[in-house]
Design a protein around this ligand. Structure first.
Ligand SMILES: CCCCCCN(CO)Cc1c[nH]c2c(N)ncnc12
Length: 228
């Protein structure tokens, strides 16, 4: 079994590389891919750099070039659901692109022809995440993620995304990873720890909590591997 673990930022995968300790590094298409093995599972780890385009390239490469058979995304996100606080963990049930807009032609936000507003994550992986959360007595919210090529730090935009997509959190890579994995028929899950509230203080909060929240998400992913 070969599993990809993907993040967007180096801070999101550093905790993983530190945990696994030894790994090969392969440079490809201006990205670095780290290969290792853990409990008989081949792992390929990478961070894409920020945004949907970077994430699509890395997700595609992890699957097409490195042969990943499942993809786990680990990182941080901004909360849209008021009950989500910094440090809370969210596993996505489905993801949408909040900045994909051809509403001029009567289509809903996030929709283009031959596509769909939402892409659903793999149910078995999401159930596994919930199982691990139960066992470890870690609160885990199941919810909707809205992805876009913008760092959301404004209450008005925050509310618009929350309402338009009924989304619980926002980030900049998940939905593009979803489109790639769905098209290539690779089971995937997206796990995010909250780093901010996507409001006017989001920048400061993100700076303060990126490392700790990224570590939390990474540690949870490792716990999932132990049960895969
Ligand atoms: C140098 C700054 C890099 C910001 C990257 C943020 N990531 C993108 O995936 C997650 C994220 C955390 N909070 C967010 C927010 N409020 N809006 C969008 N994305 C996010």
């Amino acid at each position: 079994m070969k599993i990809a673990i993907m993040g967007a930022m180096v801070e999101e995968i550093t905790p993983l590389l530190e945990f696994f300790g030894t790994y090969e590094t392969i440079e490809h298409a201006k990205n670095r891919y780290y290969t290792t093995s853990y409990r008989g599972i081949d792992l390929v780890i990478a961070y894409s750099k920020i945004g949907k385009v970077n994430a699509s390239l890395t997700a595609s490469t992890l699957i097409e070039k490195f042969g990943a058979q499942k993809l786990l995304f680990s990182g941080v996100a901004g909360a849209l659901n008021p009950s989500l606080k910094v440090g809370d963990l969210l596993v996505a049930t489905k993801l949408a692109q909040h900045d994909l807009d051809i509403t001029a032609f009567g289509h809903p936000h996030g929709y283009v022809p031959e596509g769909s507003v939402y892409v659903e994550t793999d149910k078995a992986l999401t159930e596994l995440a919930k199982q691990v959360a139960l066992e470890q007595k870690i609160p885990l919210l199941e919810g909707i993620i809205a992805t876009g090529d913008q760092f959301i730090c404004d209450g008005v935009k925050k509310e618009w995304i929350h309402t338009t997509f009924n989304a619980d959190a926002t980030e900049m890579e998940g939905a593009s990873v979803a489109v790639v994995c769905d098209a290539l028929n690779i089971p995937f899950c997206v796990l995010r720890a909250i780093s901010d509230a996507a409001d006017m203080d989001a920048g400061f909060s993100f700076d303060e909590f990126l490392v700790s929240s990224a570590k939390e998400s990474a540690q949870f992913i490792i716990a999932m591997l132990d049960e895969l």
